[in-house]
Design a protein around this ligand. Structure first.
Ligand code: ADP
Ligand code: ZN
Length: 725
């Protein structure tokens, strides 16, 4: 037999298939060690065939099959090849997505403990063997089995040994599963009756012929219960499910709901787990012991077979697009798996991405709505505060007068508040503090970014340069500053305003470590704090019944991010943060502070008017030819040797230019330039930017980029990138 092997070395020159002679104990998907170059390497068998085109004299044999390393399933191999072709990425790198690092390296092992099993419950003891008798009695009371270490500690080592020798008990080695978040309650919870709207949603999703359904429901409309019912009905049919959530911080909450409903059938996969936990959870899925994989983006690669449902909750979340190679979009992977398994893919959101909603509107996805909150609880009331006026009134602090008054009331009444800081776009946008003016590109309607090395403003989408402003072109004011304040400053000022308030801060500095988010959220929800200050992390999905006030300190900051999606992101963020208020009985309130109170996006968000927002935004996208009406492609070329990098860039540019010349009608923009950040981690960065009228040329662009591969220079292709830097 001949095995086709992909060697687990990520390098362009070895990104092909190698043939090896093998025995018939080798099967597809297995991990093997093979002779490679002058040493050995491990790899995956992707195919078996009777003979090879390679001359027999040059063929080498597989050295061994790796024990304990699980095999990749057929679906995973097929998917890996699709992704490798789609995203121009070495197959070895894509295959790694399917096997967590712990598995590949073999550094993590199963964990075992010794268990004592009672064999002879009727054993009689002499009065001197009191300890032995006690052990047997204890075992009888505990189902005939107990942990050896525990028994030794409680009753001593020698009586246990005597019992073993006499054959009254037996020692057994038992696999221990290291379960994450074991502290979570596993109490089965009462299953609520579905509301009429929820029942209709379940029927619509199960009944549609379309692969993808968009569950569009306001926050608190009970989407989760719909997912749970859909999963339940698949499990009943013997199928499995994948449930994706955007953030690590959100996972434990979802997991506890899934655990409450499905018990040990739910397994969790994410990067915040210890290697041992991830290893065990992964194996529970692979072996079929667990049927539901829940986790962030990477859980879409869960080793499940017979998938009956895939859910992407909060589908609009940017974390679903990988920013590392392979830069896959979770939707693409989920869609492939759904098609492969003939199952449904459900996208859920209160604020669907503009692209997704359009596809639903055009009939490509089934649109399913949940229009009302459970129990018809009203959405919290949003008050917009003009921060320009606060500055004119001599209040330079991050808190408006209104917000201060409301915070005081919350503290007096013993409720809780969340203060949200919009850190995205915090650093390099400049803003006029007198009138709120922000400079935009004349060609792209995208916010400009300040570059201190050249003291100028740049557009990241077309490369246009503008002089740094000395006075505001709109009002003549000279208070032109970087926008935004940091969480630490907010915390300090809050302390001096309310010295007795208990304050928690949640940002990248305070959430490091495993379960870091979880701990802070748990403290807040146990009411060990009155005010939670946080960045984007606090925006998502948490249910805090005692929060009656949400303050959005700088609502417009994300509007000024140099990104064509900045309006959309702002709308989504505000809607989500606002949804944290008034989850229980008390009516919630939201104070939204901005330098741009007339802004459409903020107005739509304050009115919870998604459709108004969508129509406005889709009109803008059409007018300026941005996605979904165009496709933006950036080819990033980077390398430590600037000359080599430039050589690759030039060659790539010439080849792409040919495509451009043959298809000028399809190109709205085509040029090469420095990347906005010219050097990162010692790598010089250049880019070719393209804006295409559609996505048809992508299948030509990828191979062109593949053709110019050079050893020490990276070529990365990004589609519709959000964050150009
Ligand atoms: P969403 O995910 O749409 O934001 P949730 O799933 O968090 O909404 O639901 C909001 C609240 O309503 C939760 O506290 C949930 O337990 C409750 N809930 C959901 N469905 C029902 C139902 N059918 N009956 C009673 N309460 C429900
Ligand atoms: Zn521009």
């Amino acid at each position: 037999m001949i095995a086709e092997v992909i060697v687990d070395i990520v390098h362009n020159e070895v990104d092909r298939i190698f043939d090896y002679i093998c025995d018939d104990n080798v099967s597809v998907g297995m991990r093997v060690t093979v002779p490679f170059a002058r040493g050995t390497a491990t790899g995956f068998v992707i195919k078996l065939k009777p003979e090879s085109d390679v001359p027999a004299s040059k063929l080498k044999a597989v050295l061994r099959v790796e024990q304990g390393a699980p095999a990749l399933k057929k679906e995973c191999l097929d998917l890996a090849f699709k992704l490798s072709a789609r995203y121009l990425c070495p197959k070895a790198l894509v295959l790694r997505l399917f096997l967590p690092a712990e598995m590949r390296r073999g550094a993590v092992r199963e964990s075992y403990r010794t268990s004592v099993k009672l064999l002879d419950p009727e054993a009689v003891f002499s009065p001197r063997a009191k300890r032995q008798e006690e052990i047997v009695a204890f075992l009888k009371d505990n189902g005939g089995e107990a942990d050896a270490a525990f028994l030794r500690e409680r009753f001593g080592t020698s009586p246990l040994e005597s019992l073993t020798t006499k054959g009254i008990v037996r020692m057994e080695k038992k696999r221990v599963m290291r379960g994450p978040y074991l502290g979570l309650s596993k109490e089965p919870k009462e299953k609520p009756d579905l509301t009429a709207a929820q029942a209709r949603a379940v029927d619509l999703i199960e009944g549609t012929d379309k692969t993808v359904a968009l569950l569009f429901g306001v926050t608190g409309s009970g989407k989760t219960e719909v997912y749970l019912r859909l999963i339940e009905s698949q499990l009943k049919r013997g199928k499995t499910a994948i449930f994706l959530v955007p953030e690590i911080s959100l996972t434990p909450q979802m997991l506890s709901q899934l655990r409450a409903r499905f018990g040990e059938a739910a397994a969790i996969l994410h990067s915040g787990l210890s290697a041992g936990e991830r290893f065990d959870e992964w194996q529970r899925l692979q072996s079929g012991a667990a049927k539901i994989a829940i986790g962030a983006r990477s859980a879409v690669f869960a080793p499940l077979e017979n998938v009956g449902l895939i859910v992407i909750d909060e589908e609009h979340d940017p974390s679903y697009i990988s920013e590392r190679a392979p830069r896959y979009n979770t939707f693409d992977v989920a869609y492939f798996r759904a098609r492969y398994n003939h199952c449904k893919l459900v996208l859920g959101s209160a604020t669907p991405s503009v692209e997704t909603f359009r596809r639903a509107e055009l009939g490509e996805f089934e649109l399913v709505r949940l229009q009302e909150r459970i129990n018809l609880r009203p959405m919290p009331e949003v008050t917009i505060v003009d921060m320009r006026r606060e500055i004119k009134r001599g209040n330079p602090s991050p808190f408006s007068g209104l917000l201060r008054d409301k915070l005081e009331a919350v503290l007096r009444e013993g409720n809780q508040a969340i203060l949200f800081l919009n850190r995205r776009g915090y650093s390099r946008t400049v803003l006029c503090r007198d009138c709120g003016y922000v400079a935009k590109c004349e060609h792209c309607d995208v916010t400009l970014t300040y570059h201190s090395d050249e003291n100028c403003l740049k557009c990241h989408y077309c490369g246009a340069k503008y002089k740094m402003l000395s006075a505001c072109p709109s009002c003549g004011g000279t208070q032109i500053r970087y926008a935004g304040v940091g969480t630490q400053r907010v915390e300090r000022e809050l302390h001096s305003l309310f010295p007795t308030a208990r304050i928690l801060r949640m940002d990248n500095d305070t959430t490091s470590g495993k379960e870091g988010h979880f701990k802070i959220l748990k403290e807040f929800s146990s009411r060990n704090a009155d005010i939670l200050i946080g960045t984007q992390m606090v925006a998502k999905g948490h249910d805090f019944p005692f929060v009656t006030l949400v303050g959005i300190l700088d609502a417009d900051m994300s509007l000024h991010f140099p990104d064509y999606r900045s309006g959309e992101r702002t709308f989504q963020l505000i809607t989500q943060v606002a949804g944290r208020s008034g989850r229980a009985q008390a009516r919630g309130e939201v104070v939204l502070q901005t330098f741009d109170p007339e802004n459409y996006i903020l107005r739509f968000a304050a009115d919870y008017d998604y459709m108004g927002f969508y129509r406005y935004e889709i009109g803008m996208r059409q007018g300026t030819a941005f996605p979904p009406f165009a496709k933006i492609v950036r080819v990033l070329v980077s390398g430590e040797d600037e000359k080599k990098t430039l050589d690759v860039l030039r060659e790539l540019y010439e080849n792409l230019k040919q495509l451009y010349t043959e298809n000028t009608d399809s190109f709205l923009f085509f040029n090469r330039m420095h990347a906005p950040v010219k050097r990162i981690a010692d790598r010089f960065r250049y880019q070719i930017l393209m804006r295409l009228s559609g996505g048809e040329l992508l299948s030509k662009i990828y191979p062109i980029c593949d053709g110019v591969a050079h050893k020490d220079v990276f070529i990365e292709v990004e589609e519709d990138p959000s964050n150009l830097n």
